[in-house]
Every structure is written in C-alpha cells, then in structure tokens.
Design a protein. Structure first.
Length: 105
C-alpha cells in the first residue's frame, strides 16, 4: 500500500502573495483617452452648435407640405385624380422634414 506523503514544513507555512490596494486596468482598455494621450480637445464654438433660423422653418414647411399633399390627394383635387405618386411625394416630404428635424440644435 501507498502511504500518504507527509506535508513538508515549507508548504504549511507558505503565505499568499500580497496584493496592492489598486486595481489594474484590463489590457487594451483605456479608461480616459484624453488623459492617456495628453491631448486637449477644445470645446466647440457657440456659432457651430446652434442651427440657423432656416432649419425650423424648413422642417415645418416640409412636414406641412407633405401633410397637405396627402390630404389634397384624398380630396381628389390634384390634377390626374387620386394617384399613388402624390402619396409617395407627400411621404417623401414628411420624411425629409424628419431628417431636417434631426439636424436642429
């Protein structure tokens, strides 16, 4: 029979390695890119952050035009009678109004 090996003195008194209190960042992850590169990014000037006055005018104009074209098409007032192309034009106008609305600051 095999006898159990006695534990040596060095394995019983071995201490766990001590860890410092700070956590190390994971590899490949930069926590603050500006601090890591040392570069400063200035804030965007105020004149570039605000939209011109034409943006809300254009937005509401396109939304209103699209709605008007769709309503007038159903009233059968446009030349050629009720036509799917008028509906498509109204929907394109409304979509363009929504796209302009996303550009408004």
């Amino acid at each position: 029979m095999l006898a159990a090996m006695p534990k040596t003195k060095s394995s019983r008194n071995r201490k766990a390695p001590e860890r410092s209190g700070r956590k190390r960042p994971r590899r490949g992850v930069v926590q603050n890119p500006a601090a890591a590169s040392g570069r400063y990014t200035p804030p965007i000037p105020r004149e570039f952050r605000e939209s011109s006055k034409i943006v809300p005018i254009l937005m509401f104009g396109l939304l209103g035009l699209g709605m008007l074209v769709i309503i007038v098409n159903y009233l059968d007032v446009l030349p050629g009678g009720a036509n799917n192309w008028y509906l498509l034009g109204g929907l394109v106008s409304i979509t363009a109004g929504f796209i302009v609305a996303t550009r408004y600051r």
